[in-house]
Design a protein around this ligand. Structure first.
Ligand SMILES: C[S@@+](CC[C@H](N)C(=O)[O-])C[C@H]1O[C@@H](n2cnc3c(N)ncnc32)[C@H](O)[C@@H]1O
Ligand code: SF4
Ligand code: SF4
Length: 380
């Protein structure tokens, strides 16, 4: 079916191309918590990925990137072919990687086949070697070395920082280090997906959020993508953001707005953290991705945010934040429930957060950065 392109905004399809990995992190969300329990279905083949993922994403909007993740995408025998196909289709690739298979030669090769339309995303959980290693099954030097290779080869990269109780004590120094080097970060909230369910005690709570996580993130403008709670004002979104004509819709939760997740077997969820859960939006082997994005009820509910419940439903920041839908789901079983990590207590939609000014100010700084700085200026 030929669905017309309606979305003119930047869109990131987070695709876990395989569950296979060359390391074995203790709480990995893509591995089953019960090794006896088989994950249903075969992984998508090369031709399925080309037609059902890449072509469909392009159809939805050519202003897109595919974030190849896993498992470890680079362990797939067709990893390079898929990156090349993505670039030939005019799309950008992100490679979310543990960095183990990267060296100068590989980075050069990837840059060449993608025509430079590639961004590496390295997982780094702490600047403390011990704390990083505890969660990552690998030494800190692996990602640091891979990032240095990217820097010397002028390849784009940033870090993904998974926040859990295990790395809170070094969050400030880790972010300070990345800030010193002006490296953007994306925070991944620890969730009970996959082997994550084995460590419920690692979930952070609203006190951690109020006293550590939000203060650290809100002070660093290059972390301003997709985290909650986020207090940029709705007026800022209306007045400043729209004026800039950016192709990203907003800050805060991106689930189903600028972002969806697809599993190795083709399941779609509004956020990668919600894959393998009941919040499935269907399988691309049965329904084209562009149809799912257009017609699925879960996707629509999250795009409009009309049905958000609890304090997220009455909040002034409903559209600029929206609350983490994954944290809401793992806490209550309901993806529309309020974000359990939010410390803001709105009485009604006029209640303002004391942190609104700093979020507005740093949001403006973040916008300036992505407007001026490649590759972001080319993407957004
Ligand atoms: C599953 S890994 C796959 C990509 C690549 N192999 C790597 O190690 O970065 C993608 C990201 O998910 C994060 N992650 C893994 N388990 C998680 C969990 N239970 N909750 C939240 N994030 C998690 C990792 O820290 C990593 O940044
Ligand atoms: S549900 Fe939203 S805020 Fe939570 S991890 Fe996914 S995109 Fe980010
Ligand atoms: S109540 Fe919900 S929408 Fe409002 S700031 Fe908190 S998490 Fe965000």
């Amino acid at each position: 079916m030929n669905t017309p392109i309606e979305n003119k905004k930047f869109f990131l399809c987070y695709f876990e191309s395989t569950r296979n990995c060359n390391i074995n992190c203790r709480y990995c969300m893509t591995q089953s918590a019960d090794p006896e329990k088989e994950i249903k279905g075969e992984e998508l083949t090369t031709s399925e990925i080309k037609s059902l993922v890449i072509d469909e994403v392009k159809k939805y909007t050519p202003l897109s990137a595919i974030a190849f993740s896993g498992g470890e995408h680079l362990t797939r025998s067709d990893a390079m072919e898929l990156l090349e196909y993505t670039a030939d289709s005019g799309l950008w690739s992100f490679i979310n990687t543990n960095g183990r298979l990267l060296n100068k030669k590989k980075v050069r090769e990837i840059k060449k086949i993608t025509d430079g339309k590639v961004v590496f995303a390295f997982s780094l959980n702490s600047i403390s070697k011990k704390i990083h290693k505890w969660s990552r099954d690998d030494a800190l030097r692996t990602v640091v070395k891979a990032a240095k290779v990217c820097a010397s080869e002028k390849a784009n990269f940033f870090f993904i920082l998974t926040v859990s109780k295990s790395n809170l004590e070094t969050l400030q120094e880790t972010v300070d280090f990345l800030k010193k080097h002006k490296i953007p970060i994306l925070r991944s909230p620890y969730v009970l997906r996959g082997k994550g369910a084995l460590y419920p005690e690692l979930r952070f709570d609203k006190i951690d959020m109020e006293t550590i996580i939000n203060p650290v993130l809100r002070d660093y403008s290059l972390s301003y993508i997709s985290y909650t709670p986020f207090f940029a004002s709705p007026e800022f979104l209306e007045e400043e953001w729209k004026k800039l004509d950016l192709s990203i819709e907003q800050f805060g939760c991106q689930a189903a707005k600028g972002f969806v997740g697809i599993s190795a077997e083709g399941e779609v969820a509004p956020c990668v953290h919600l894959l393998d859960s009941e919040v499935s939006c269907g399988n691309i082997r049965d329904t084209p991705l562009s149809d799912i994005l257009k017609n699925n009820e879960v996707i629509q509910n999250l795009q409009t945010r009309d049905k958000l419940k609890g304090k997220c439903g009455i909040c002034r920041y409903k559209m600029t934040c929206g609350g983490c839908r994954a944290l809401a789901y793992y806490e209550t079983g309901d993806y529309l429930a309020e974000d359990p990590s939010c410390f803001f207590e709105p009485e009604n939609q006029d209640t303002r957060s004391e942190h609104e000014d700093i979020h507005n100010k740093n949001s403006a700084e973040f916008i300036r950065f992505i407007k001026d700085q490649e590759p972001w200026s080319l993407l957004f």
